[in-house]
Design a protein around this ligand. Sequence first.
Ligand code: SF4
Length: 478
Amino acid sequence: MATVEENKKLIKDVLATYPEKTAKKREKHLNVYEEGKDDCGVKSNKQSLPGVMTTRGCAYAGSKGVVWGPIKDMIHISHGPVGCGYYSWSGRRNYYIGTTGVDTFGTMNFTSDFQERDIVFGGDKKLSKIIDEIEELFPLNGGISIQSECPVGLIGDDIESVARAKSKEIGKSVVPVRCEGFRGVSQSLGHHIANDMIRDWVFPAADAENAEFEGTPYDVAIIGDYNIGGDAWSSRILLEEIGLRVVAQWSGDGTFTEMKATPKVKLNLIHCYRSMNYISRHMEEKYGIPWLEYNFFGPTKIAESLRTIAERFDETIQAKAEEVIKKYQKQCDDVLAKYRPRLEGKTVMMMVGGLRPRHVVPAFQDLGMKMIGTGYEFAHGDDYKRTTKYVDDATLIYDDATAYEFEEFVKKLKPDLVASGVKEKYVFQKMALPFRQMHSWDYSGPYHGYDGFAIFARDMDLALNSPTWGLVGTPWNK
Ligand code: SF4
C-alpha cells in the first residue's frame, strides 16, 4: 500500500494536468488520511467545476429518487418535462410489497410532461388536472407528492396553491416539493428539501391523527434505508428478532401512514445519516425522540450496532440481542470460511454517495479486504469527520472526484476491485478491472444484515475471481 507521501505526490501529479485555477480549486477536495487526525481534511459540498465530469445528481434526484419516491402508496408526480422522471425511473431498485397500480405505485412513472405551452402559460392548471386524473384512475393512492423539476421553478409556478386547493378537494395530502434540480450543489440539497417538506406539510397534519396511536415501549423507526434489493427487510428481521416493533420504514417499502406515525416512536434508527439526519433532528427537537446511527454492513458492525441499539432498551432486549448475534454466528462463520480465503488481502477503491464510502468499509474488512481509497459524491464536512473512524493511515480521500481524477487514481493505485456507480462501471470493466456497483448493488442485494452479508461476500467473490478478467488485458500491462 502507498504511503502518505506517495499518495500526496499522486494527487499533485494528477492535478498537474489541469489549468492552474482548476488545480487550485480541486486540490482542496483531495487528501490523504493521516492516522490520529479527526478529519479527512477535504473541502466538500461545494459546486462542481464547469467542464469536469462530475458523478453527482440534482436536487430533484435527491428528493424524488431517494427520499419520496420509495413511499409506495403515494403517487409522486415528476412535475416538468418528461426526461427527468423517465431517465431516473426505478433506477434505485427500491423493493416493495403491494399490487402495483392498485394500492402501490413504486415502479410507475407519473409526469406532467411539460411542453412549450406550459413553459409560456404556466403548468398549474395541468397539474390540477393530473391530480384529478390520478384520483379517478388510482383511487387507492394514499396521497400525492409534487416533485418539481427545473422549469417549474424557473417560470415561478405556484405549486403550493395547487397543492392546498387539491388537498382540500380530494381530502388527501398533496405535498409540494420545491426540489428543482438547479437548487444546491448536488442531490444532497434535494434530500434536505424533501425532509423539510415532511416537517412542514406532513407532520403538522399527522399530529391530530396520531392521537389514536397505541404505542409500546419498543417502537422504533428505520430511517434512511431505501430497501435497495431488500436491504430494509434484512434489517427489519434483526430488529424484530431482538424484540423491537418497527413502526415505520423510511422510505424503502414504506407507506405514508407509517411516515405520519413516526413521531410516536421511542427511537429513530438512522442508517443513511446524510439523507435523513435533518428530519431525525427535527423529531428530536419537536417530539423529543432520540436518534441513533447504526451500521448493518458486515458481521462486526451488525453485532456492534445490535448491542448499541439494545442498550437503549431494557435487559430483555439486551439479552435477545445477544441471542440473535449468537444465532447468526454459524451462518457468518460459514460465509467467512468460504469466501475469506478467496478475498483475503485484496484491495478496494470506492466512490459512492453520502454514506457507503465509510459504512461498507468494515464489511470488506470482515472479508480480509483493504480499502485504499474512498470518496463521496455529495458528502458534507460531518461525513468526512465520521469517515476517520473507518479508514486506515494513508487512505486516499477524494471528494466529488471527477471522472479523470478517479480514473487516474485507479490506474496508479491498481486496486483489485473498484466499487462505485453505473457511470464508472464500464470505464473500469473495459480496463479489465473487477467492479461492483455500490448504489444499486449491481442488480443484486440485499447487502444489509446477516442475510445481506452472505450475498455481499458472494458478489465480491464473483466480481473478483471471475475467470473473465484473464481474457482481457489491462492497458497498463500491454
Ligand atoms: S437538473 Fe433539472 S432538468 Fe436536469 S434532471 Fe434535475 S430537475 Fe431535471
